[in-house]
Design a binder for this molecule. Sequence first.
Ligand code: GLN
Length: 506
Amino acid sequence: SSRCTRCYSTRQALIEQNAKINAFVHISPESTASTSKTGALQGLKVAVKDNIATKDSPTTCSSAILKDFVSPFDATVVKQLRRDGADIVGKTNCDEFGMGSLNVYSVHGPTLNPFPFTSGANNSTAEVEERSAGGSSGGSAAAVAMGLCDAALGTDTGGSIRLPASYCGVVGFKPSYGLVSRWGVVSYADSLDCVGVLGADVPIVSRVFDRISAFDTKDPTSAEPELREAASTHARRRLESLTLDSGRGKLDGLRIGIPQEFFPSELSPAVLDIFRGVLQSLQARGATLVPVSLPSSSYALSAYYVLASAEASSNMARYDGIQYGKRIPTNSLADLRNVASVYAQGRSAGFGPEVQRRILLGTYALTSDAFDNYFLQAQRVRQLVKDDFDAVFSIPNVRNAVEESEEGLEEPASKVDVLLHPSAIGSAPPLSLDSSKSPLDSYVQDLLTVPASLAGVPALSVPCPTMSTLLQREAEQGHDGWPVGVSVIGQWGSDELVLAVGQAVA
Ligand code: GLN
């Protein structure tokens, strides 16, 4: 039902549309087999982020260091899609190795936010307002928004699915950590990396997620079947007791927590206005809004950048110009004898500025001088952030072994089913907000998405339902009319509940 109506049937048409926004970095040859495919995703056109291995096309991670790399195998998620009859239409642009928030750190050039092309605001030959598609899965979000595919795979380490989804006006889902296999996904920060789905609406995202959420023995962090079952039993039980109705229907009994720390001074007043409108409509439909506090989330961004960079510095070590990556040809014998210089030359030429910055940051955080004050502190903050989430959800965290057996002891009235917050601090920033500015301008985009990443809980960004109304009032509201997303967060493993609430909100 949610099949893309704008998807392009010919490769040539797809190439022409893509040229406007640079969402795809590789477009698959015309598929001849699609009609004969059968399966739950039969004929669905799915795009795949370029840090996910595909054996029939390059996997560059938008990095010069992997410019000509073709994987000898498909990632588990890609195998699952093919098995179920999906058509892999191509590979999508992203920030180099997933490090970035605006899709500007790419050897393929930035992805343009397609909103001017899809909003009808740009029928004429007027100049297109160049804004970021968001990152790091910017190509995946833009491809969906532009109607170049039905759905797209992305990866989300600290918001890389939800942020571009919010900026491009599409649905983006980061599942619970460990539900979707990471085998064949190029590691950025293993303890945070999640594969997820972007699509035009919640049903299509659910449909693809259903097919890729499975235990995989090849991924050591894949959640065991028993754990999945235990978590989804809790979520299903809760869902059955609610009767969520997507058609603006009743939401009686649904308890939505509003975390006070998710309204920082950086949040744009226009986004706050829009979010208030969403809350009013949810309340009018019978949902109970509960103000809650997640006190440690204020420290989440700092902790995230220490941990993610530390893991990244270790993961990037494999690109040494010998096992993987680029070797700079040299004529000097002295250079060849000096292995350190072979590494240095290849890595200096192959890694872009942001990846180099992360390697330096992460290596520093792991040195013996800084380890206690940075890495260990950040690990502690991460645990506190997790505890904060566990304290507010009525559904217990099945990954915490013992403590939850006494459900009845806690005051259930103070607990919530899900949390709701604006996905980002504003609408899409201009493309010119790039490396010329301080990297902190870019890091702050992730302020609201990193807490769920640190806790490993499911988070879904849906385009703000009141957008169309607000578009008409945009002048008086001070809003620029560009897409804005709201995010639903749930307990670990209650992905179905999060998707159902997201569908009811949208
Ligand atoms: N913007 C964040 C970073 O650069 C998140 C990226 C991601 O989720 N892959 O680390």
